[in-house]
Design a protein around this ligand. Structure first.
Ligand code: GCU
Length: 431
């Protein structure tokens, strides 16, 4: 019998089904909870001001943002949305592929095992890296967090074969010929960038009981079955793994670690937003269709809501326990998506969405970027510069960027051209 692999449903629909609509868009209830797709039915809401401290004081200079408001917002997200993470003191690395020519000599391939705990027998992930072979110094790099192991993400026979989580809660070999999640690493190499990828399942499996196998389970205090309500959900665990990846990259002289663009799709779009917000060493984030719990305003009742997301039959485990408290009234939450976007400032952030991805609320993501603009401006950077949503296929690329392709959930081949354009704008290359 073939093992059933774990691949997020909405992505499968958009990859193998129509790009015009997704199955979830067509239904009016998800987990028995109605879904609104009618703009006229969105109730008015008020967003917390990213530039007012909890105690009421206005933030009018960069110094107060960095010293007081930014840390305050990070803490609020830790406590109410993603959960607090442990330190990374047990993390170590082993470079087992120190530099092998790949892609007809265009790139040098490196492979590194990241060990997340002192015991190196479990809780480890292989990081796959390509650097342009003709680079004259450290290169900026595109770092992808992937739904699939490295040998599936990149078509290169030299990549060490990893296993993948199956629905039964066991790691299984990847079926021959699988191409879901495949990316064109050579496109980045040709443009003078490094490319790296890591499999999210090696950090924490993506299902409710995954905690028993992942890094969160390892860090549970004795006698405790589940993290406390303000401790990490799976998204914070994946983001923690990305910070471990950055810990390695800071030690690699081939990589310009201040110019790493972090990329993820969907739940991994939420992950890269939180990773970039939490860990300012990431120089750029490109978040694809991150939706609810990512860049889409939660107070806006359109598409997926906190209540859908945190339902016990769905994705509650991806967030901290406290997140579900706001299901009935997102207006009670001290945070919303515009504050997550603002935490990236002054670093460049690109939000990529799709016209038919109503479940993820592309307009809600646009509005979050608009509401984050005052923070970018305070730090001398440029937000979207408009309150009018752009048409499909018309990118807005400043320090904040927004791009909505014509199509559904996920990143489409043409989007990568925009990602490279955004990287070119912000990352100078030594080559
Ligand atoms: C579900 C979920 C979304 C998520 C998506 C994915 O559809 O409701 O919030 O982004 O899965 O990760 O594919």
């Amino acid at each position: 019998m073939k093992p059933k692999l774990f691949i997020p449903f909405l992505l499968l629909v958009s990859i193998f089904g129509s790009h015009k609509s997704t199955a979830q868009d067509a239904v009016e209830k998800v987990a028995g909870i109605p879904v609104n797709y009618d703009e006229a039915l969105v109730k008015p809401y008020t967003l917390p001001d990213p530039l007012t401290l909890s105690k009421g004081q206005k933030v009018s200079d960069a110094e107060t943002w960095y010293s007081s408001r930014r840390p305050e917002i990070v803490r609020l997200f830790e406590e109410h949305q993603f959960g607090k993470t442990p330190d990374r003191s047990e993390v170590s690395f082993k470079v087992f592929d120190t530099g092998t020519p790949a892609f007809n000599g265009q790139a040098i391939r490196k492979q590194v095992t990241l060990y997340f705990t002192n015991d190196t027998s479990d809780h480890k992930a292989d990081l796959l890296i390509y650097l342009p072979s003709d680079s004259k110094g450290p290169v900026p790099l595109f770092l992808n967090i992937s739904f699939v192991p490295n040998q599936v993400t990149v078509d290169d026979p030299g990549v060490r074969k990893g296993m993948m989580w199956g629905r039964e809660g066991k790691k299984v070999p990847v079926p021959n010929g699988m191409t879901f999640g495949r990316m064109d690493a050579e496109k980045f190499i040709a443009a003078g960038y490094g490319f790296a990828t890591i499999y999210y399942g090696d950090i924490e499996p993506d299902f409710a009981k995954g905690i028993s196998y992942g890094i969160r389970g390892y860090h549970l205090k004795k006698e405790t079955k589940y993290p406390a309500p303000d401790e990490w959900g799976a998204i914070a665990a994946w983001a923690w793994g990305l910070s471990c990846t950055m810990d390695y990259m800071e030690t690699d002289s081939g990589i310009d670690s201040k110019k790493v663009a972090l990329f993820g799709i969907s739940r991994l779009g939420k992950t890269v937003l939180w990773a970039g917000a939490h860990d300012p060493r990431f120089g750029m984030v490109i978040a694809s269709c991150s939706g609810e719990g990512g860049a889409a305003i939660s107070r806006r009742e359109y598409g997926e809501t906190i209540k859908h997301m945190t339902d016990s039959t769905r994705f509650f485990y991806q967030f901290c326990g406290n997140r579900a408290k706001y299901g009935d009234d997102p207006g009670q939450s001290p945070v919303d998506a515009h504050m997550l976007v603002a935490l990236m400032a002054p670093r460049p952030l690109l939000l990529q969405t799709g016209t038919a991805d109503n479940w993820s609320d592309p307009k809600g993501e646009f509005l979050a970027a608009v509401a984050a603009e005052p923070v970018y401006e305070l730090l001398g950077k440029k937000g979207l510069g408009t309150e009018t949503m752009p048409a499909a296929n018309v990118p807005i690329l400043h320090d904040l960027g927004y791009f909505m392709h014509e199509g559904g959930h996920g990143a489409m081949p043409g989007d990568y051209h925009i990602f490279l354009q955004f990287m070119d704008m912000h990352f100078s290359k030594t080559k």
